[in-house]
Design a protein around this ligand. Structure first.
Ligand SMILES: *Cc1c(COP(=O)(O)O)cnc(C)c1O
Ligand SMILES: [Zn+2]
Length: 419
């Protein structure tokens, strides 16, 4: 099967362009990568993956940020705002408290627009330029629209974003707005926005840059590559487990693909691939349901609710790529409550790391896995935090301390502090 951790070196089909092609994960059909706009398989509508004749090795990586990993990407350079190279923070108190051997926080909130979406967009907008399109579009719970607006404007392209009305955090709308996207507020949830924008894209109205677009996931692979290089440098070993929030499951799919390519290149032993562990909010947990039921497909949830708005998604489009990734790496998926998410957001803030609610799901999930004995105390773990605290200032203010009104004189302030 095309998705297994096989060690077969791929052979380029005739329609490859410079050793790069698109391949359907269901039927194996191949397509030229940059001739026509295409998001899914012409024959069976399956998800597409980018394939390479030459697989990357660690020695090929040079420079800093996403484009350090050009050997694992379809181009040597992209429309860039210096994305990637995010911190891999130590969190000694949290590590102790949760009870694992090692805990590091890969904070993707430190990207240019404050989320990992930038890594996908630097590649996706480069591909859009190659295809010669001039209008870009996405459906978004917020961060995709912020990143698309920024990278689109840097690339000199028009951008159109469809957002669920009233369900997007303030910081994200502000970004999309100032970077010049046309913002369409849809009276429906994210999944409805994605249905509409897919139809617009199919009708040629705009180039779709949701994570259904296989090129975006190529950029997001670099999260996994940075985590591996960071752990190898500090511990001479890759992490046992990577815990990440799951919305459309793009990152889960992308990290799995990054590791598969390293295994195929002989750079990573199959038994060393980190256990991919997905975390969803209890009110939006179709992937967790599928993993728990051992199902091959995810059943769409029509009603989803969580204060972690970035993962308020009932129909994870990348599930066919992500489910095998979780299973074949020996990982799992867990759901956490909104209260546990807010607690984890405070825990991270207590270590100086400011994240938005969805991001804290990873830490809440690890805590749950430890308390249930599913994750062991001798594990080396990386938790991914996907977006910055300032993305959702209302959630941060609600989870944090109340401001205290004081009079405008020192004596009055001193008196207040004494109480
Ligand atoms: C997009 C996003 C997610 C979901 O990521 P997927 O790759 O779709 O699973 C999680 N957290 C934040 C902050 C996001 O912006
Ligand atoms: Zn197909």
């Amino acid at each position: 099967m095309s998705l297994s951790l096989s060690t077969n070196q791929p052979r380029a089909p005739d329609n490859a362009d410079d050793g790069v092609w698109l391949e359907c994960i269901d039927c194996g059909d191949t397509f030229a990568p940059f001739e026509d706009v295409r998001y899914t398989c012409d024959d069976c509508d399956g998800l597409l993956e980018v394939r390479y004749a030459d697989l990357p090795t660690f020695d090929d990586f040079e420079g800093q940020g996403v484009w350090r990993y050009a050997a694992a990407l379809p181009f040597d350079a992209g429309v860039s705002i210096q994305e990637g190279a995010t911190p891999l923070y130590e969190v000694p108190r949290l590590e102790d408290d949760i009870g694992v051997e090692t805990l590091r926080i890969k904070h993707e909130g430190m990207n240019p627009t404050g989320s990992f979406k930038d890594r996908g967009m630097t590649v996706g907008v480069r591909v859009a330029a190659e295809l010669g399109v001039d209008r870009l579009a996405c459906a978004s719970t917020g961060n995709t629209s912020a990143a698309l607006a920024a990278y689109g404007s840097r690339g000199g392209m028009e951008t159109l974003v469809l957002l669920p009305a009233g369900k997007v955090a303030a910081g994200k709308i502000a970004q999309a707005s100032l970077h010049g996207a046309r913002i369409l507020e849809v009276d429906g949830n994210f999944d409805a926005c994605l249905d509409i924008v897919q139809e617009l894209a199919a009708g040629g109205e705009a180039y779709l840059l949701n994570s259904l677009n296989p090129f975006r996931l190529e950029g997001q692979k670099t999260i996994g590559l940075e985590i591996l290089e960071g752990f190898l440098a500090d511990y001479d070993a890759v992490p046992d487990r990577i815990v990440l929030p799951v919305g459309n499951a793009g990152n889960t799919s992308a990290l799995y693909k990054a590791f598969r390519e390293l295994v195929q290149a002989g750079e990573l032993a199959e038994g060393d691939v980190p256990k991919l562990t997905g975390v969803q909010a209890e009110g939006a947990a179709p992937m967790v349901e599928a993993i728990e039921n051992g199902a091959d497909e995810v059943q769409r949830w029509d009603d989803v609710e969580t204060r972690a708005t970035a993962i308020r998604i009932g129909n994870p489009v990348n599930a066919p790529k992500a489910l095998p990734g979780i299973r074949e790496t020996g990982g799992t998926a867990v759901a956490v409550s909104d209260e546990a998410i807010t607690d984890a957001q405070r825990d991270l803030a207590g270590e100086g790391i400011g994240v938005e609610p969805a991001s804290a799901a990873s830490v809440a999930g690890l805590r749950k896995l430890r308390s249930e004995g599913i994750a062991d105390d001798d594990e080396r773990v990386a938790c991914l935090t996907t977006g910055h605290l300032l993305k959702d200032p209302d959630a941060a203010a609600a989870a944090g301390r109340e401001p205290e009104p004081v009079p405008a004189d020192t004596a009055g302030v001193l008196e207040h502090l004494q109480n």
